[in-house]
Design a protein around this ligand. Structure first.
Ligand code: HEM
Length: 249
């Protein structure tokens, strides 16, 4: 109904459906899980400073982080699938970032115009694609690290089969315990394990920066250009006066 109004220049506010339920649920579940992962991750990083010592506590923290990580991964995978098979502004095809669109958008803003968008504005598209890419990198390296460090699925099987000494049942191998482990093979895995750990951690730092920029960008856009974009992530709807630049029709 509302998209038919897109090309009409009208001054009354028209309500547009933008974020469907799967998108909104993903967004807020993702916020909660990233906060929890960051919280446990920071405890892991600063455990000595926090007075946490002992191998058992160290492993428990990693297990807790990994279990929350699985929820994060499931939520992200559902969103990735929905971005392909879903409809309307949930689709990734509506979020393709283009430098030329950003240039044109900034030019129009500098002329005093205020283009309105049902979906993301051209700068927002860059933020969303960058954040989504980082989430996939963090998920993949987190799962790799879980497999190589505490022998958790989905890579535990392949890792323990590789490092098990001859005639040792791989399922008996335990985290931070070299019983039954072929130490040469374990050492040969170390560079990949370290690389996954480094990429995981630096991607997390970059994500924190992008989340900060995302929040600043959304608040500035809400205050200066398009009121109602924050509440749209709760209600799913945006109320826009006049012409909209985008439509999924
Ligand atoms: C946005 C989501 C995530 C954030 C913010 C995050 C944050 C962190 C942080 C800060 C650390 C500490 C780094 C270190 O001790 O070297 C860490 C380590 C770790 N993360 Fe994540 N993480 C996320 C997602 C995941 C996922 C999805 C998994 C896997 C299911 C995962 C598994 C791990 C593991 C196993 C470690 C331990 C690395 C080690 O010390 O050996 N993480 N994460």
């Amino acid at each position: 109904m509302s998209n038919k109004m897109n090309n009409k220049v009208a001054n009354e506010l028209v309500e547009h459906q933008v974020w469907d339920k799967p998108v909104r649920v993903f967004h807020w579940v993702n916020v909660v899980l990233i906060t929890a992962l960051m919280f446990v991750g920071l405890i892991m990083l600063f455990k000595s400073e926090l007075g946490i010592s002992g191998l058992a506590a160290k492993i428990k923290l990693k297990e807790l982080h990994t279990i929350i990580g699985y929820m994060f991964a499931v939520n992200l995978i559902i969103r990735l699938v929905w971005g392909v098979v879903g409809t309307g502004f949930a689709k990734f095809s509506t979020m393709r970032p283009k430098i030329s669109d950003v240039t044109a958008y900034r030019h129009r803003l500098s002329k005093g115009e205020n283009p309105q968008y049902i979906g993301h504005n051209p700068i927002g598209k860059f933020a969303v694609v960058a954040i989504m890419t980082l989430l996939v990198v963090i998920m993949t390296t987190g799962l790799m690290r879980a497999g190589t460090d505490i022998y958790y699925p989905p890579f535990a099987g392949v890792v323990t089969r590789y490092i098990a000494a001859d005639n040792v049942d791989p399922t008996t191998i335990k985290a931070y315990d070299d019983t039954g482990v072929n130490l040469d093979k374990k050492a040969s895995m170390k560079p990949y394990k370290s690389l996954a750990g480094d990429i995981h951690l630096y991607s997390v730092y970059l994500l924190m920066l992008l989340i900060l920029l995302h929040i600043i960008g959304v608040v500035l856009a809400e205050v200066r250009h398009q009121p109602g974009i924050i509440s749209a992530m709760f209600s799913g709807k945006k109320r826009i006066a006049g012409r909209c630049e985008d439509s999924t029709d």
